[in-house]
Design a protein around this ligand. Structure first.
Ligand SMILES: [Zn+2]
Length: 930
C-alpha cells in the first residue's frame, strides 16, 4: 500500500528512485538465474554462499503437502557431486558446522540454503561451495532409500513443533484465509503425505519449481568478485529452462466483507491470547522502487513505536485488563500479498473480552485523535538514532547482513541502497514529515468497519470453564465502537537523568598497561579498578561490565524466591527520580542500555551504548549503584505476569522436564530449583531493593571493564565523574560462599507425563572436579563437539530416533573446585526412545575406547576458524579479561597452539579422566501410555 498522505509529501519533494548499492555486482544469466556478488572484508578470510528460490509450500499441489520442506532435507542426503552426507562431511572438513553455518529453511513462499563462514584461504574450497549450490539447484539424487530414511526425521521435526499453539493455528488457518491456498499450506505439511508419498511426487515438485529463473545465487565475503562471476557463469550458464515452464504466480488473499471471528481452545494452552487484525493490501514489489517507499516504511515504523509505548504504559494501571500487549503493521501471518495492522494481548484471568474491547478502543483513539507532538518527537528520535547507529558502523557490516538484504531484494524487491544515501535521505526527510502527516496515515492502517477484520481468541481448555463465543467477541467489538473516548495525554518528566552538580567526582590514581591483552588498568580513588580496551571491531559499540564477588551465594534460604526473581524485579524498576515508564521516555533517541544482575557468585552491572551516548550509559550505571527507584505499579504487573505464566506450567511438558532436570541435577537443593506459582507470595520488593543496596554499596571492590570504540581521552573524565565518585565502604573485597550442590554418583530420574501429543526428552550430564586450565577447557570443548557429531550421525541420521540432539562441554566455575561438565540433550521420537537412549550411552562408551581422527580434525578446523571470528567481538574480550583477572588464565594467547596439539589419544584420555569420577546424572521424560 502507499499512503495518500505520505505520497502527498513525496510528490512535493519529487521522490527519486532508490539507488542500488554500487558495491554489489548483480547480474542475470540468459536462463534467468540472478546473482549477487559482493566483496566484504568484515570479518576477513571468510565468505557466505546462498541460493534463494522464490518457491515454497504455497507451490505444492494437494498431493505434495509438506514436500517443499521434505525436499530441503533431501538436499543434504545425496547429490551429483556429493554422495550420501557428502555435503555435510565436505563442509565440516573446512570448519563449517552443520546446523549453524550450513543450513536451510523452507517457508510458504521461499526456500533458502546457505553455507556460511567458509574460510577463504583455499580458492578451490570456494569453487566447491559453488558446486554445492549448483547441486542444490538441479543435481539432487532423491534416492528412494534415502527418502525412506528421511521420512522419520521430518516426522520427528513435526512432533517437536507440535504444541497447543501449533494445533490451534492449524485449525484456525483455513478460517483466516477463506478462499485462499494460504489456509492449507503450512510448510510442515501433512504427515499422511510425508509417511507415504512416492519418490516421483517429490521429483515432480523439484523439477517443476527448482529452475534458474526462480533462483538467485548470493556470494558475500573476502572473495575475488570477477572470479566468482566467471565461475557462476560457467557452472549455471548451461542449465536449460523449458520455455513453457510453469510461472510462479503470487497467491492472492481475497478481501472479506464480514468480520471473521475465531475462537480456539487447547488443553495444554497455559494462558489466553487475543488478537485483532485489520487487513490491507501489501505494497506491490514494483512499487518499492522509489523514495516514497522509504517514507511509507518510516511512517509505519513510528506509528508502531508510538502505539506500543501507549500499550506498555497502560499495563501499569491495575485496572488494565491485560498484562502485556503489542501492535505492529506487517505481513498478514503468512501472506506476502496481504498486510495488516495487528493488535495482540495477553489478558489477565477472565478478562479476555475486556482486553479485546480495550485494544479496539485504543486503536480508535489513535485513529480519531492521532498521536501527540511529543510522542512523535520521541519516536522520530528513536528511528533516526537507530539508523545513525547502522550508518556509524557502515564499514563493518557482516556478510550475513548483506546476504539477507540481497535475498530480500531478489524475493520481494526490498531496496538495497548504500547506507550513506539511506541515512542522509531519511535525515533530510523525517524532520519534514510533521505529526499531522503521520496522523493522516492512521485511517489507512486502522479501520473501524467489519470489512477485512479478523478477531481471534486462543484459550485454555479446562473442565467446567465457559468459553468466549464468536458472538461474545462481536459484542465486545460493537461495545468498543460505541464507547465515548478522549484524546491521550502524554506525561513526560522534563529533568536530567542525574543532577551532575550533586556528584563529587573522584580521581584516577594510577595507570598500568597490560601488553598481552592490550588494555590499560586504572586505579580509582574509591578503590575501584577500571580496565580500558579500545577496539575498532564495531564503530558503533562500547560495552561495559562491572563485577565483584559475592552474588546470590551471600544470601540464605529466606531469600531463595527473591533471588530467583531478582534480575527481573531490578530490571523493571526505575532509576533516580524516574519510574520505569518515565525512564523509557527520557531515553528516546538514545542507543543505550544498562542492567544490574546477580549471578551465583558475582554481582554485575552491564551496559552498552554507541560512542555518542556514552555519558548516558555512565549515568545509568551510576544510578544502578546509587539510586534504583521503587516502581510499585510495574512490580504489580510483573507479579500478574509471573502468576499467569507459572500457574499452568504443569501443562507444558518442556517446562515439567526442565523443573525435574534442575531438581535432580542440583540434588534437590531449593536454592537451584525453578520458581513455582506457590513461591510468588514470598516475593518481597522492599527486601529485593535492600539486597541490591547491599550488593552495590561498595563500588571499591568492583572491576569495571570498558571495551569498544571510545575516545581514550574523553572516557577518563567520565570515569572520574561517574565511577570514581561511587560510594565505597573501604572494606576488603568480599568472597563468595560455597553453595553449588550437584548430584553425585550415578543418578537416574526416569518419569512419565501425560500430554496431548507424546513427548520424550533425555538429558545426560557427566562431570568431575578438574583443574580449570586452558588445556582442559579446549579438550572439554572438543569432547563435546565430537560427541555431538556422533549423536547426530547415529541418532538422527542413521536411526531417525530424534530430530535434533547434541552435546557440549564447559567448566562450571561458580565453586572453589571447578567442575568439568559434559552434557547431552535429546528430544526423542517416543516410538524409538529405547534406541535413542541406547545410542546416547553407546556413543560416549565408544568414544572412551577411541576417538575418530577425522572427526577430531573437523572439530580442530572449526575451533581454529572460530577463535578468529570470536576475537573480533567486544564481549569475547570482556570474558577473556575477566578470566585473566579472576583465575590468572590466559585463554587467548596459546589457544591455537593448544587446539593444534590435540590428538585422538589426548582427547580420549581426557574423557576417561572425566568419567572416572563416576558422576552421571540422567533425566528422562517419557509419555504416559494407557
Ligand atoms: Zn526441517
Amino acid at each position: 500500500m502507499v499512503f495518500s498522505s505520505a505520497v502527498m509529501v513525496a510528490q512535493e519533494m519529487q521522490m527519486p528512485p532508490i539507488p542500488v548499492d554500487p558495491a554489489v555486482r548483480i547480474g542475470k544469466l540468459d536462463n534467468g538465474l540472478t546473482y549477487y556478488i559482493r566483496h566484504n572484508e568484515y570479518p576477513e578470510h571468510v565468505a557466505n554462499f546462498y541460493i534463494a528460490q522464490r518457491v515454497g509450500s504455497i507451490n505444492e499441489d494437494d498431493s505434495q503437502r509438506g514436500l517443499a520442506h521434505f525436499l530441503e532435507h533431501m538436499a543434504f542426503n545425496g547429490s551429483e557431486h556429493f554422495k550420501g552426507n557428502g555435503i555435510i562431511e565436505f563442509t565440516r572438513s573446512l570448519g563449517v558446522e552443520f546446523g549453524s553455518d550450513l543450513n536451510a529453511y523452507t517457508s510458504i513462499d521461499q526456500t533458502v540454503y546457505r553455507v556460511c563462514d567458509v574460510p577463504t584461504k583455499r580458492a578451490t574450497a570456494l569453487d566447491s561451495c559453488l558446486l554445492i549450490l549448483k547441486d542444490w539447484s538441479n543435481g539432487l539424487l532423491l534416492d528412494p532409500e534415502e527418502i525412506d530414511k528421511e521420512r522419520d526425521v521430518v516426522h520427528n521435526e513435526w512432533r517437536l513443533g507440535e504444541g497447543p499453539g501449533m494445533r490451534m493455528y492449524q485449525r484456525a488457518l483455513p478460517k483466516m484465509y477463506p478462499g485462499s491456498k494460504y489456509g492449507e499450506r503450512l510448510p510442515i505439511g501433512l504427515m499422511s503425505v510425508i509417511d507415504s508419498f512416492k519418490p516421483q511426487t517429490l521429483r515432480a515438485y523439484y523439477q517443476k519449481w527448482y529452475r534458474p529463473d526462480n533462483q538467485a545465487i548470493i556470494v558475500v565475503g573476502d572473495i575475488d568478485v570477477d572470479h566468482m562471476e566467471a565461475k557462476i557463469k560457467e557452472l549455471f550458464g548451461p542449465i536449460k529452462v523449458d520455455p513453457n515452464a510453469a510461472k510462479v504466480i503470487p497467491e492472492p488473499v481475497p478481501d472479506t466483507k464480514e468480520a471473521i471471528y475465531i475462537s480456539e481452545k487447547d488443553k495444554e494452552m497455559q494462558m489466553s491470547e487475543v488478537s485483532i487484525v485489520m487487513k490491507h493490501d501489501a505494497t506491490k514489489p514494483e512499487d518499492k522502487g522509489t523514495m516514497s517507499y522509504l517514507i511509507e516504511d518510516y511512517v509505519k515504523s513510528v506509528i508502531s513505536r508510538m502505539f506500543n509505548q501507549r500499550l506498555q504504559e497502560m499495563t501499569q494501571e491495575e485496572s488494565c485488563p491485560f498484562f502485556q500487549a503489542s501492535a505492529d503493521d506487517g505481513q498478514y501471518i503468512l501472506s506476502r500479498t496481504k498486510d495488516c495492522f495487528a493488535l495482540e494481548g495477553y489478558p489477565k484471568d477472565g478478562k479476555d473480552l475486556e482486553t479485546l474491547k480495550t485494544l479496539y478502543v485504543e486503536a480508535r483513539r489513535a485513529r480519531e485523535f492521532g498521536f501527540t507532538a511529543s510522542e512523535y518527537e520521541r519516536a522520530k528520535a528513536d528511528y533516526l538514532s537507530s539508523l545513525e547507529k547502522q550508518y556509524t558502523n557502515r564499514d563493518k557490516r557482516k556478510n550475513a547482513e548483506f546476504g539477507n538484504a540481497y535475498r530480500d531484494h531478489y524475493l520481494n524487491n526490498e531496496p538495497i541502497p548504500p547506507l550513506d544515501v539511506l541515512f542522509q535521505t531519511m535525515q533530510m526527510l523525517a524532520p519534514n514529515i510533521p505529526v499531522e502527516a503521520i496522523n493522516q496515515a492512521l485511517p489507512e492502517l486502522i479501520s473501524v468497519t467489519d470489512s477485512n477484520l479478523v478477531v481471534m481468541e486462543f484459550a485454555q481448555e479446562k473442565e467446567g470453564k465457559t468459553y468466549v463465543t464468536e458472538k461474545d467477541m462481536a459484542a465486545a467489538i460493537a461495545a468498543a465502537r460505541a464507547e465515548k473516548i478522549e484524546a491521550y495525554v502524554d506525561n513526560v518528566k522534563n529533568e536530567p537523568l542525574v543532577d551532575v552538580t550533586t556528584i563529587k567526582a573522584g580521581k584516577i590514581l594510577s595507570e598500568t598497561e597490560n601488553t598481552t591483552f592490550g588494555y590499560k588498568e586504572l586505579k580509582l580513588s574509591n578503590g575501584a579498578t577500571a580496565i580500558l580496551k579500545k577496539t575498532d571491531f564495531k564503530d558503533d559499540e562500547v560495552q561495559m561490565q562491572a563485577y565483584s564477588m559475592g552474588g546470590k551465594s551471600i544470601f540464605g534460604a529466606a531469600d531463595y524466591t527473591n533471588l530467583k526473581v531478582f534480575d527481573q524485579v531490578i530490571g523493571m524498576s526505575g532509576l533516580g527520580n524516574f519510574s520505569s515508564n518515565e525512564l523509557q521516555k527520557a531515553l528516546a533517541g538514545k542507543e543505550v542500555n544498562a542492567d544490574a544482575t546477580m549471578g551465583n557468585t558475582r554481582q554485575y552491572v552491564t551496559a552498552h551504548s554507541t560512542p555518542k551516548d556514552l555519558e548516558t550509559m555512565f549515568q545509568m550505571q551510576y544510578l544502578y549503584f546509587t539510586a534504583i527507584n521503587k516502581d510499585e505499579k510495574q512490580f504489580q504487573n510483573l507479579l500478574t505476569a509471573l502468576e499467569m505464566g507459572l500457574k499452568n506450567k504443569s501443562l507444558n511438558p518442556e517446562a515439567v522436564f526442565s523443573d525435574s532436570l534442575a531438581t535432580t541435577l542440583y540434588a534437590h537443593n531449593p536454592r537451584f530449583t525453578q520458581i513455582d506459582v506457590k513461591d510468588l507470595k514470598d516475593i518481597n520488593y522492599d527486601r529485593i531493593l535492600e539486597m541490591a543496596k547491599d550488593r552495590y554499596k561498595n563500588a571499591g571492590q568492583f572491576t569495571f571493564i570498558f571495551c569498544g570504540n571510545f575516545d581514550e581521552q574523553a572516557i577518563r573524565p567520565l570515569i572520574e565523574q561517574y565511577v570514581a565518585s561511587l560510594p565505597s565502604t573501604g572494606a576488603q573485597p568480599e568472597d563468595f560462599n560455597e553453595t553449588l550442590t550437584l548430584a553425585k554418583g550415578e543418578v537416574v530420574n526416569n518419569f512419565t507425563v501425560k500430554t496431548e501429543s507424546p513427548k520424550a526428552i533425555a538429558f545426560e550430564t557427566w562431570y568431575a572436579d578438574m583443574p580449570y586450565t586452558l588445556e582442559n577447557t579446549v579438550k572439554l570443548d572438543a569432547v563435546g563437539q565430537i560427541l555431538s557429531m556422533i549423536y547426530l550421525k547415529t541418532i538422527r541420521e542413521d536411526e531417525s530416533a530424534a530430530y535434533s540432539c547434541g552435546a557440549a562441554g564447559g567448566f562450571n566455575v561458580s565453586t572453589r573446585q571447578p567442575k568439568a561438565m559434559l552434557q547431552a540433550y535429546c528430544p526423542m521420537n517416543p516410538d524409538k526412545q529405547e534406541i535413542a537412549i541406547r545410542l546416547l550411552h553407546e556413543g560416549i562408551a565408544n568414544m572412551q575406547k577411541s576417538v575418530d581422527a577425522d572427526q577430531l580434525n573437523k572439530v580442530k578446523e572449526y575451533m581454529l576458524k572460530q577463535i578468529d571470528v570470536n576475537a573480533k567481538q567486544n564481549h569475547f574480550w570482556i570474558n577473556t579479561i575477566t578470566t585473566w583477572k579472576d583465575f590468572g588464565i590466559d585463554s587467548y594467547t596459546d589457544y591455537k597452539k593448544t587446539v593444534e596439539a590435540l590428538t585422538v589419544d589426548s582427547v580420549r584420555d581426557f574423557l576417561n579422566e572425566l568419567l572416572k569420577s563416576g558422576n552421571h546424572i540422567e533425566v528422562i521424560m517419557l509419555p504416559e501410555t494407557k
